[in-house]
Ligand binder design. Structure first.
Ligand code: SF4
Length: 283
């Protein structure tokens, strides 16, 4: 059996690894660890070894392969567009109908390339008057099939996280940065996120939650309009459109690395503190 990685497989493996590290908040990578992780330790030819010895003033391991992967991943160098102005408050008894108006405006949207591959547009789900609003990245296969956000394995974990906070899913609101599934669950391209996210901002302005929890790097990047490692956002309360924004890991990441759940729980406890919630008592 051919055990060699094809170039395409290697690129996919590297993308997955970058995404994993991005979720951890690591933003700088160096040639040797990344190469060795994918290909094994290099075996330099004798001539190359001699050249390396001669040029030891600049060791290869100090040369960044990707100086800051954020520039190579989901976000471009161009500045983020200004967020839409905050809409005036909507009377509480009109939140549901105001959200329905936005859904009607979106219609059978073809404003970005993600329309081509979707089965169903995933608008949002939950209590239009929720105190707590979760923002994810975009629909996956299960969400694309059902039209409801966070219904797959990640959704089950999110439901458990909500339950641990002493809430039911129907007491919160959930939406994504993009409303259509990116092909193969890739990260939304900046132009896709910038095209779709104004609808998310309008949903947030209508619901007017006290607390927003951004699930993962893409969510916080496009909410705050600023690229930083996740670690720079977590552990603090950020003012956001009249709400308090708290940042934690995406459930999909927690499924890949359950050891991080305790850190996500610490983030959710910040949200609970801001909402005046106490963990449910065990019977
Ligand atoms: S992702 Fe958003 S902007 Fe793009 S087609 Fe879907 S609804 Fe329209």
């Amino acid at each position: 059996m051919d055990t060699q990685l094809s170039a395409q497989d290697a690129q996919q493996a590297l993308r997955e690894r970058m995404r994993f590290y991005r979720d951890l908040g690591i933003s700088s990578f160096y040639r040797r660890p990344v190469d060795e992780a994918l290909w094994g330790a290099p075996q330099p030819a004798p001539a190359a070894q001699a050249e390396a010895t001669r040029t030891q003033a600049t060791p290869p391991s100090a040369q960044p392969l990707i100086p800051d992967f954020q520039d190579h991943d989901m976000a471009p160098r161009k500045p983020f567009p200004a967020p839409p102005p905050i809409a005036p408050p909507t009377p509480a008894d009109q939140h549901a109908s105001a959200l329905q108006i936005i859904r009607s405006e979106i219609g059978d949207c073809t404003r970005c390339a993600l329309a081509q591959g979707r089965n169903q547009l995933v608008f949002g789900d939950g209590d239009p008057n929720a105190r707590l609003f979760f923002v994810g990245e975009g629909p996956g296969a299960d969400e694309d099939a059902s039209g409801i956000p966070f219904v797959g394995k990640g959704g089950q974990l999110l439901n458990n996280m909500i339950g641990a906070m002493g809430l039911r899913r129907d007491q919160v609101y959930i939406a994504n940065v993009v409303k259509c599934r990116p092909p193969a669950n890739r990260t939304p391209e900046p132009d896709e996120a910038h095209t779709c996210s104004p609808y998310l901002f309008r949903q947030i302005d209508i619901v007017r939650p006290e607390v927003i929890v951004a699930l993962g790097q893409t969510a916080v990047t496009y909410l705050m309009g600023e690229k930083r490692p996740l670690s720079a956002w977590r552990g603090a309360v950020h003012p956001f459109r009249g709400s308090k924004l708290i940042v934690t890991y995406h459930p999909a990441f927690l499924l890949r690395d359950p050891n991080q759940k305790k850190f996500a729980w610490a983030d959710l406890q910040i949200a609970m503190r801001e909402l005046g919630l106490k963990p449910p008592q065990k019977a």
